[in-house]
Design a protein around this ligand. Structure first.
Ligand code: NAD
Length: 298
C-alpha cells in the first residue's frame, strides 16, 4: 500500500532515505531549509512542500532526520508540525538526539493526539543510499509495527528497543562501547609500537584472544592487518570522528543526568571532542590513533 510520508530534513542521510521511499512507490512530501538539499530530493521524486507543516498536514507518517534535539522540538512545537497533522498521525524521528529531548518530543506528540517513535539509525550515508540502515526504535509496539514497512524500505534491520527514548538510549550506549574500545585498541597499538611489537603481531594475538572487538577486527586503527579498514585509505571515513564526538556528547549528557560513574565514557567524549575539532574533523574515528601517537613522547 502507498503511504503518504512527510519527510523533514533532506540532508546527507534524509535525502537518500526519502529517495528510497519514493522508489518503493510511496508518496513523499519533503522539506528542508537548504535549497540545494531540497532540489536534490525533488530530482529523486520527492514532492516539494511549501513548509514542513504543509507536508505534515496531509501525511500518514511524518519522518524527521535533523541535526539535533532542538531542531526536532522546534519543528514539533513552534514550527507547527504537531498542530498541523491530522489526529493520530505517526511521527518517526530518525535523528540522533538527546534521550531527554526525545522523551519530550514523544510527550508533546502524545499530548497533541499523535503516535510517535524515536528511530535513530546506524549505517551512515552508504547505508542510507543502499537502504541497508539499522534502526533502533523506542515507543509503543503498535507504532513500531506500523512504521516497520517503511523502515524495511530504508533499512535492513529494525529493532524495537522499548518505550519512548529507548532507541536513542540503545544508540548512545552502543556508540559509547565503540568509542571507548577504539581508544583502548589505539592505545594498545601505540604501546606495542613503543615496545617493539609489530602491529601485525599484536593483531594476530588480540584478534584471537580476549582483546577481540569490532574496533580491532573490523575497523582496525592501523593499516595492514585488516585491509578494508579506513586506516588503509588515510583514515577517510567510514564513521567520521565528529559524528562519534556528537554521539559521545549525548552519552555524556545522559551519564551526568543519571549520575553514572562512567569515567571512561566521559573521558572518551572529551578525547573525541578534541580530536574532532582538530585533525580529526574529516577523518574516520579510528584516526584517533594518530593523535595518541603524536601526543606520546617516545
Ligand atoms: P545533515 O546536516 O546533512 O542533514 C540535516 C538536515 O536537516 C539539513 O539539510 C538541514 O538543513 C535540515 N534542517 C535543519 N533544521 C530544519 C528545519 N527546521 N526544517 C527543515 N529542515 C531542517 O545531517 P545528516 O548527516 O543527514 O544527519 C542527520 C541525523 O542523522 C543527525 O542526527 C545525525 O547525528 C544522524 N546520523 C548521521 C549519520 C551520518 O553518517 N551522516 C549516521 C547516523 C546517524
Amino acid at each position: 500500500t502507498t503511504t503518504t510520508v512527510a519527510f523533514i530534513g533532506l540532508g546527507h542521510m534524509g535525502g537518500p532515505m526519502a529517495a528510497n521511499l519514493v522508489k518503493a512507490g510511496h508518496r513523499v512530501l519533503g522539506h528542508d531549509l537548504v535549497k540545494t538539499s531540497l532540489a536534490a530530493a525533488v530530482a529523486s521524486g520527492v514532492e516539494r512542500a511549501k513548509s514542513a507543516a504543509d507536508a505534515a498536514a496531509v501525511a500518514d507518517v511524518v519522518i524527521t532526520m535533523l541535526p539535533a534535539g532542538r531542531h526536532v522540538l522546534s519543528l514539533y512545537g513552534q514550527e507547527g508540525l504537531l498542530e498541523a497533522a491530522r489526529p493520530g498521525t505517526l511521527f518517526v524521528d530518525c535523528s540522533t538526539i538527546d534521550v531527554a529531548d526525545s522523551r519530550t518530543a514523544h510527550a508533546a506528540a502524545a499530548a497533541a493526539g499523535h503516535r510517535s517513535l524515536d528511530a535513530p539509525v546506524s549505517g551512515g550515508v552508504v547505508g542510507a543510499e543502499a537502504g541497508t540502515l539499522t534502526f533502533m526504535a523506542g515507543g509503543e509496539e503498535a507504532a513500531f509495527g506500523e512504521a516497520e514497512p517503511l523502515l524495511a524500505v530504508m533499512g535492513k534491520k529494525a529493532v524495537h528497543c522499548g518505550g519512548a527514548g529507548a532507541g536513542q538510549a540503545a544508540k548512545i550506549c552502543n556508540n559509547m562501547i565503540l568509542g571507548v574500545s577504539m581508544i583502548a585498541v589505539s592505545e594498545a597499538f601505540v604501546l606495542a609500537e613503543s615496545l617493539g611489537l609489530s602491529d601485525q603481531a599484536l593483531y594476530d594475538v588480540a584478534s584471537a584472544a580476549s582483546g577481540q572487538c569490532w574496533a580491532l577486527t573490523v575497523n582496525c586503527p592501523v593499516p595492514g592487518p585488516v585491509p578494508t579498514s579506513p586506516a588503509n585509505r588515510d583514515y577517510r571515513p567510514g564513521f567520521a570522528a565528529p559524528l562519534m564526538a556528537k554521539d559521545l556528547g549525548l552519552a555524556a549528557n545522559a551519564l551526568r543526568a543519571g549520575g553514572i560513574d562512567a569515567e571512561l565514557g566521559l573521558r572518551a567524549a572529551e578525547l573525541y571532542a578534541r580530536f574532532a575539532e582538530g585533525d580529526g574533523a574529516e577523518q574516520d574515528f579510528s584516526g584517533i590513533v594518530r593523535a595518541i601517537r603524536a601526543a606520546s613522547t617516545a
